[in-house]
Write a protein that binds this ligand. Structure first.
Ligand SMILES: [Cu+2]
Length: 432
């Protein structure tokens, strides 16, 4: 999450700038991207993909965290090569910003630049491969149990590896020129994003379902739904590789008969129906198990992280006593007489802030209370930005409303004022 968040901070401004320029062009007759008025359309693509490629990692990196959690729990073993996994994630975070031009090979950029971006694109496979080997080593040396979450991990390995392989293919310029804007790309991106983000997310749904609801999902139905999804996914997206090699362009809703694309397109449609059925099975499973599933208990997987040490579903206040953590696998590493934090106030949202390096108690901090204002702020921001697509003045309207909502958010409540007065009086009493 740290690497993902840092990537968000550097990637999002590019797309914010890009869409703002686009709004300026469309509603105020500016010419950032208008070729005939001296603008540059490629400038739009550069800014977009400087966000767009890191975005791929932003989307599936949390998935890599799910995979690590599930693999650890289902092998009963500390993850192999923890340092290697973490450092390769950081490396991916950096490299992710140096590959965006591979989306633009067909725009006729200078060849030297293209070779740099090919090299960087092929290089980014290495850190991900290191992570794969670490997970495999963990499973190899642990006592592997198989249930639906673990099946999704296997599906992740299979599909994400195929997606990585086709990524190497389109990362090289000559093949990219052949395959640019064809269905091959559609196949590649779904193998990466469904393989990387959706399968790991679905695995996480099954993994944390007992924690969220206090009940187990139905294992047989879960596995049935899993196979529908895996088979459906491959029947849908694998033929698209071949469709792309046969020259079928992306973003077309129909085509002339006799192009040789019909049967494979039909196969893909059948696969899509299987995917829909698989997702439906999952939802039905969750809906039924939520009410009538077997009661799960606090830690049905014998997993290692802190959420499994409290009851399922967790109480609203989470931890009655803040636990002391003495290792990366907090539940496994805890001594039987593990100490916990006491002396915190219960009448306000107080948390203990620890020192960064040794996690020793440092000071208490009060967290903000419930507030509707962040939601209002989100609404006014959306209103201003969405409106400005059509009419530039909406931007100003949105900004004024957002400012009002921001002031509302930070306006001290009566409770805060009273608390502050009490503190000041206490200070004065000390001084006297
Ligand atoms: Cu990319």
């Amino acid at each position: 999450m740290v690497v993902t968040s840092i990537m968000v901070i550097f990637a999002m401004p590019a797309v914010m700038l890009d869409s703002t320029y686009l709004i300026f062009d469309r509603t105020m007759s500016m010419h950032f991207f208008n070729q005939s008025e001296g603008g540059d359309a490629l400038f739009y693509q550069h800014l977009f993909w400087f966000f767009g490629h890191p975005e791929v990692y932003i989307v599936f990196m949390p998935g890599l965290g799910f995979i690590s959690s599930i693999v650890t729990a289902f092998t009963g073993r500390k993850i192999f090569g923890y340092t290697a996994i973490v450092s390769t994630l950081v490396i991916t975070g950096f490299l992710g910003f140096s590959v965006w031009v591979h989306h633009m090979f067909a725009t006729g950029l200078p060849q030297l630049g293209q070779s740099f971006f090919t090299a960087a694109s092929l290089m980014i496979v290495i850190p991900t491969a290191v992570q794969m080997f670490c997970w495999i080593a963990t499973m190899w040396s642990g006592r592997l149990r198989v249930a639906t979450p673990m099946l999704f991990v296997f599906a992740f390995f299979l599909t994400f590896t195929i997606g990585g392989m086709s990524g190497i293919m389109v990362g090289s310029v000559p093949l990219d020129w052949q395959l640019h804007d064809t269905y091959f790309i559609v196949a590649h991106l779904h193998y990466v994003l469904i393989g990387g983000a959706i399968f790991s997310l679905f695995g996480a749904f099954y993994f944390w379902f007992p924690k969220w609801t206090g009940r187990m999902y139905d294992e047989a139905l879960g596995q049935f739904s899993f196979w529908l999804l895996l088979i459906g996914f491959n029947v849908t997206f694998f033929p698209m590789h071949i469709l792309g090699l046969r020259g079928m362009p992306r973003r077309v809703y129909t085509y002339q008969p006799g192009m040789g694309w019909e049967s494979l397109s039909r196969t893909a449609s059948i696969g899509a129906a299987l995917i829909a059925l698989g997702v439906l099975m999952m939802l039905i499973n969750f809906a039924i198990s939520r009410r009538s599933g077997v009661v799960a208990g606090a830690n049905p997987w014998n997993a290692d992280t802190l959420e499994w040490s409290i009851s399922s579903p967790p109480p609203v206040y989470n931890f009655l006593h803040i636990p002391v953590v003495s290792g990366a696998n907090a539940v496994w590493d805890a001594a039987p007489d593990q100490p916990y934090v006491t002396g915190m106030r219960f009448d306000r949202r107080e948390v203990l802030v620890t020192k960064t390096l040794d996690a020793e108690p440092d000071h208490r901090e009060e967290m903000p209370a419930h507030s509707i204002y962040p939601f209002i702020l989100a609404l006014t921001t959306t209103l201003g930005l969405a409106g400005s697509i059509f009419y530039a003045w909406w931007f100003v309207v949105g900004m004024i409303l957002t400012t009002i909502a921001g002031i509302g958010w930070f306006w001290p409540s009566k409770e805060d004022v009273r608390e502050e007065l009490r503190r000041e009086m206490a200070m004065e009493a000390v001084r006297d």
